[in-house]
Design a protein around this ligand. Structure first.
Ligand code: UD1
Ligand code: CA
Length: 502
């Protein structure tokens, strides 16, 4: 029954959305990694609609630009229809129809651009029920404790849907009805076209109501049925920022549940935010405070979190990332990242590699098993497999004018607190001594030492810091050393201190 496919989906998105109090059109506000309109389009696409039309008016350029951008990535382009100055959902649907072939037949589903949780399955099911019943119109309804300002579903003595009445036009007893119109319908294309032409604007709002099509279709002998949906979230619309947050949280809860059902452990779904396109392998564990965003994909058996934000990242099987931020980075299988690491675009960490605490990387390919464990900036670099970058190493990639590249060869070892001034090459199997400022190439097997020679000045503390605690300590140490020396010469052999190398 659910293999039915709508001939078209018309998404109504011309309304103003004033309660958002926003410069951004309502349908372009985002939850779960996509815009509200984007979610509506996913439902249409998932239901395999032959055509999809979005009806726009308010801020039409921005909404149309969003659709164009999306069309550039998709092979089934979404059509745009402009609503004119005639107001109302009926007019919007009519404008949507005008973008479709005049002889279109089959089922036309009407949805709304600000109802993001409606699923493709529900659109398919609505279409299937509608076609199975041979109905002229099928409307999705819900029974609510508080039916608020929704249109009320008026049924006849037999329980068939007779009409929908808007609250502003309703009598007291009609307002008491708790079954509401979700605003999502399946229509027979010919009936919709014919009856929209008969809809007037004689109502409290002076608008052309789409809901009037139901009574007209029935009067013309068509069957009007209802598809009662228990899952109220699916038909919930966004009108203000509080509802945006509520629906965002619910979408996230549903996304988390989907991953948990597929074998992912999510310790705290309430503080874990996962965008709808993210993929996660089985037996991966997500710890609290983690955000997995954009097109991020994570392999199996990984441990992500706590407090990790990944945007458009690729993470291999068995990797472990804690307290880190990464964008457009690739993290290899079995690699470890964090805590307190910042991976910027173009970071590629090889299998079993390590990026440790207080390390920032950018455009850096770090080989298999290579380690950048502590306090480093590593930009525009290639680091060979098994290399080790000492604590506090800085890849100085920018001279104020141009950016240069640094290569560190396989199994090479860069001592702590070195500066590698790009462009510079350190070959395979080479060493850099701690504290070096490297400005020219180091060949295989060499150690480069690029720092001032150590020089010790006797008696400096006594002369320049006389009377300080430091000077006192120096005197005491000198006295102890003298006493030890005379004891060695006169007394029995002293036991060596444990700190003295033997
Ligand atoms: C409409 C229904 C109401 C239903 C409710 C569900 C009508 C007359 N009433 O209410 O029975 O309970 O939806 O939410 O249809 N839109 C346009 N062009 C317009 C007006 C609206 O495209 O001229 C779009 C809006 O962008 C929105 C959708 O249609 O996506 C619904 O509009 P809205 O004003 O929120 O719904 P109501 O008319 O209040
Ligand atoms: Ca309205």
């Amino acid at each position: 029954m659910s293999d039915a496919r709508p001939a078209a989906v018309i998404v109504l998105a011309a309304g103003e959305g004033t309660r958002m109090k926003s410069k951004t059109p309502k349908v372009l506000h985002r939850i779960g990694g996509d815009t509200l309109l984007g979610h509506a389009l996913r439902a249409a696409k998932g239901a395999d609609a032959a055509s999809t039309v979005v009806v726009i008016r308010h801020q039409r350029e921005r909404v149309a630009a969003f659709i164009d951008e999306r069309n550039a990535e998709a092979n089934a382009p979404v059509l745009v229809a402009d609503q004119d100055e005639v107001k109302g959902t009926g007019r919007a649907a009519e404008c949507g129809l005008s973008a479709l072939p005049a002889d279109l037949t089959g089922t036309v589903v009407v949805t709304m651009g600000d109802v993001p949780l409606l699923t493709a399955e529900t659109v398919s099911e609505l279409t299937a029920r509608h076609e199975h019943a041979g109905a002229a119109v099928t409307v999705i309804t819900s029974v609510l404790e508080n039916p608020k300002s929704y249109g009320r579903v008026i049924r006849d003595a037999d329980g068939d849907v007779e009409r929908i009445v808007e609250v502003k036009d309703a009598t007291e007893s009609e307002r008491a009805v708790r079954e509401i119109n979700s605003g999502i319908y399946a229509f027979d294309a010919a009936v919709l076209r014919r009856e929209l032409a008969n809809v007037g604007t004689d109502n409290a709002q002076g608008e052309k109501y789409l809901t009037d099509v139901l009574a007209l279709a029935r009067a013309a002998g068509g069957r009007v049925s209802a598809h009662v949906l228990d899952d109220l979230w699916q038909t919930e619309g966004v009108n203000d920022r509080a509802q945006l947050a509520d629906l965002g949280r619910e979408l996230n809860a549903r996304t988390c549940r989907r991953h948990m059902q597929a074998g992912v452990t999510i310790v705290d779904p309430a503080t874990t935010w996962i965008d709808v396109d993210v993929s996660i392998g089985a037996d991966t564990t997500i710890l609290p405070g983690t955000q997995l965003l954009g097109a991020t994909s994570i392999g199996e058996d990984a441990v992500i979190g706590p407090e990790v934000t990944l945007t458009d990242c690729e993470v291999g099987d068995g990797a472990s990332i804690k307290r880190a931020e990464a964008h457009l980075a690739v993290i290899g299988a079995g690699a470890t990242v964090g805590p307190y690491s910042y991976l910027r675009p173009g970071t590629e960490l090889g299998a079993k590699g390590k990026i440790g605490g207080f390390v920032e990387t950018k455009n850096a390919r770090i080989g298999e098993g290579a380690k950048v464990p502590h306090l480093t900036y590593c930009g525009d670099a290639v680091i060979g497999e098994g290399a080790n970058i000492g604590a506090g190493t800085i890849f100085a990639n920018y001279d104020g004018v141009t950016k240069g590249r640094t290569n560190v060869g396989r199994h090479s070892f860069v001592g702590s607190n070195s500066v590698l001034v790009a462009p510079v090459d350190i070959a395979d199997g080479a060493y850099v001594a701690a504290g070096s400022a490297i400005t020219s190439a180091v060949d295989p097997g060499q150690i480069a030492i690029a720092r001032g020679q150590q020089r010790n000045v006797d008696g400096w503390v006594d002369r320049r810091r006389a009377g300080t605690a430091t000077a006192d300590a120096a005197h005491a140490a000198a006295q102890t050393a003298r006493a030890d020396r005379s004891a060695d010469q006169t007394g029995p052999a002293s036991t060596p201190s444990p700190n003295t190398p033997s």
